[in-house]
Design a protein around this ligand. Sequence first.
Ligand code: SF4
Length: 416
Amino acid sequence: MVFSHSRLETFESCALKFKYQYIDKVEIPKRDSIEAFLGSRVHDVLEELYKHKLMGKTWTKDEFLKYYFDLWEKEKHDEIFIVKKQYTIDDYYRQGLEALSKYWERYYPFESEKTIALEQRVYLSLDDGDRYRIQGFIDRLSKTPAGVWQIRDYKTKRKLPTKEEADKDRQLALYQIGIQKMWDNTEKVELIWHYLLFDEEVKSVRSKKDLETLKIDTIHTIQEAEEAIKTDNFPYRESALCDWCDFFDICPAKKHLALILPLAPKEFKEDEGVVLADRYSELHAKRYELKQQIAAIEEEMTIVEEEIVRYALQFGMTRIYGSNRALNVKVEETFRLPTNSIKSERPQREQLETYLKNSGIWQDVSQLTPARLVNLFEAGTLQPKLQTGLSKYLIPHVVKQVRPGSTKDYDENFEG
Ligand code: SF4
């Protein structure tokens, strides 16, 4: 697979989404979010502006903004979804309009640098053997009169990155590696992000050392993705981005939510999953309440036990009689070992274990912890001989676990 920054970014944000999108190539109607729609339209308009500029024609502001309006109207469709329900599609249109308007005012007549290419394809190898390859597209590549090459990217995100974040950004720095192989005299390069909604330029300059480190880090990420492909291991990772994920309806973590979100309150209450989850939550709450009560009882029992022992010792008794049952009291002096569960005793515990191991009696007194042994086996960290020997004793087992989760999804998505 030839990777791209966005493929790697998808893998890092959610491996399951990466699998759906790039491995299984699941055919699913794409959910066109208003954020993606706005981003595409603004990109299209800026691309068109500079295409004209390359042909020696400079748009007036009216032409520029009219092109945006016409394009928006032409591409607009009913399937665009808006996560932030308090806003309408027109609100997003106006944001784009204002951003483009400010862009025009700031850069007109668009001549402080020369545009070299638009939507420039970049293809690069991260290693000498051409084993790790990356491809991508530069929104606009330009060059200043002083000979500085500028890799420009348009953003319509609502978060302005800090200088530190920009200096860590991978995408444009990878493109820098690419263009430095594609053209001569490209020693001086600037990475520029146009954060259009803020009317801000964010810049970053990378040294040779930065780029070498980036290559190594990117190869590691590619290796992780390749390992996931090889072992078919793609855990999902939920985040705020799930609301914009094309695979929301088929993702195991979200598909039930996708099913119940459109239901009317009555249908919702009758849904089998909802019924089961509600019943479980009810029992869980009851158990919690009982546990609290038991904890309070145990606390009181400890105090009463102390009193009983004091009373028995005071009067030299070993049995105390109550109305319905007698209590046997035994006070015996013995020892106990330091335990890991008490923080202050942990160093002593460690020393004890070392002592027992050195004395050769550890085998006799330590206990086999099955869960730990299975973990070591699954991680493949045991010695090969032990790994093989142990595999004979392992019984296939399906762990079924139900644990109550948070109600976050409901807070954010469910209004029923
Ligand atoms: S909905 Fe979220 S967790 Fe599920 S695949 Fe998409 S990004 Fe991953």
